[in-house]
Write a protein that binds this ligand. Structure first.
Ligand code: AHR
Length: 344
């Protein structure tokens, strides 16, 4: 059985060499002749002993995403025994599907990808399964009819993150003595249909439902980007005069929203006009937690590359692999943020 798998692997890697050689010849004929960004990591034909991993990343929409990509690229190096084929989908599901199909035709050993949204993956994942290529999900999940279409998922507990944000708001309102006051909330959500936006919304709403005095004025998709965060917050500030709280589902949108709040002449923070609760806990946001304009930042741990490598290591050794693998996270407030800032 093991011998069969090994032979299969050799066969796959042989095909991959031929495919890459062919691609290099083709590209040599094109203007400039350089490979598409990040596709071959500067390498032409990989060493047959390396484990070939095809990774499709969503894009570069946020500081968090850049850190997530870096954690993958740090781990899947030649020195560690891997050949990484990395593709950036630039926020388009169709690009991710294309990337997955190219990994299948290249007969990589493993596919790992962070699905932009949960739906629409059944067909391509079935193609991977039929080709005998294990698929590992990073960060976000997929909703498929058959869960055996992927071997494992590694990522954060997004519902819990949302709950933690709700609890942070409860604590802040308690400190302010506003538990009975009518509280007006706006929510900047991440990409519609993504696991992170769905989970964070669900978790926060589960806490909000316990408070009859919390009124959610509007929840709006701001795509996890600074530009959209600013645009939507400007619109919300024009539409509602009484916003007490902003829940912003990532730090990039928060940066944009803070700019909108500043431009409107209002002050963000527990001692200001609008309480701001954010997600991700990237360094520049943690500085704002310390300075007071963000009251709490729920961490989203981007360092998932090591976890993916551990799943692959276990599979190579024919060990059991857990289907769901959660990364560790915490909440940062003015009370504990200094310690984290000093670590970075
Ligand atoms: O899926 C994780 C989310 O995606 C992060 O919170 C956000 O910054 C990213 O773009």
């Amino acid at each position: 059985m093991q011998g069969m798998r090994w032979l299969g692997s050799i066969k796959r890697r042989g095909w991959l060499s031929i495919w890459l050689l062919f691609a290099v010849i083709l590209m040599g004929g094109c203007a400039g002749g350089s490979p598409a960004e990040g596709e071959m990591e500067g390498e032409t034909v990989p060493d047959d002993n390396l484990i070939v991993v095809g990774v499709s990343q969503i894009g570069s929409e946020s500081v968090w995403r850049t850190a997530n990509t870096a954690s993958i690229q740090r781990v899947f190096t030649k020195e560690n025994g891997y050949f990484l084929i990395f593709k950036n989908a630039r926020q388009k599901q169709e690009n991710q599907i294309k990337a997955l199909r190219s990994f299948i035709s290249q007969r990589v050993d493993y596919i790992a990808f962070s699905p932009i949204t949960e739906r629409g993956w059944d067909t391509v994942l079935l193609e991977a399964k039929e080709a005998g290529i294990p698929v590992i999900l990073i960060d976000r999940k997929v909703k498929v009819r058959d869960d055996s279409l992927y071997v494992a998922w590694i990522g954060p507990d997004f519902v819990n993150e949302g709950r933690l944000a709700g609890e942070a708001l409860e604590e802040c309102l308690k400190r302010q003595g506003r538990q009975e006051e009518s509280i007006h909330i706006v929510v900047l959500q991440g990409t519609e249909g993504s696991t992170s936006a769905i989970g964070r919304s669900r978790g926060f709403l589960s806490v909000a439902e316990e408070h009859k005095n919390w009124n959610i004025l509007e929840q709006v998709d701001a795509e996890f980007t600074t530009a959209k965060g600013q645009e939507e917050m400007e619109r919300l500030l024009r539409k509602y005069e009484n916003i007490d709280v902003l829940i912003s589902q990532n730090d990039d949108m928060t940066f944009g929203a803070l700019e909108a709040i500043r431009k409107s002449g209002k002050k963000a923070g527990e001692d200001g006009d609008i309480i701001v609760i954010s997600f991700d806990a990237v360094k520049n946001a943690l500085k704002l937690v310390e300075e007071g304009s963000i009251t709490a930042d729920v961490e989203c741990n981007p360092n998932q590359g090591e976890y993916v490598a551990e799943v692959i290591r276990r599979m190579e050794n024919h060990e059991n692999v857990a289907k769901l693998n959660f990364v560790e996270e915490q909440v940062f407030t003015a009370e504990n943020v200094r310690e984290r800032l000093e670590e970075e």
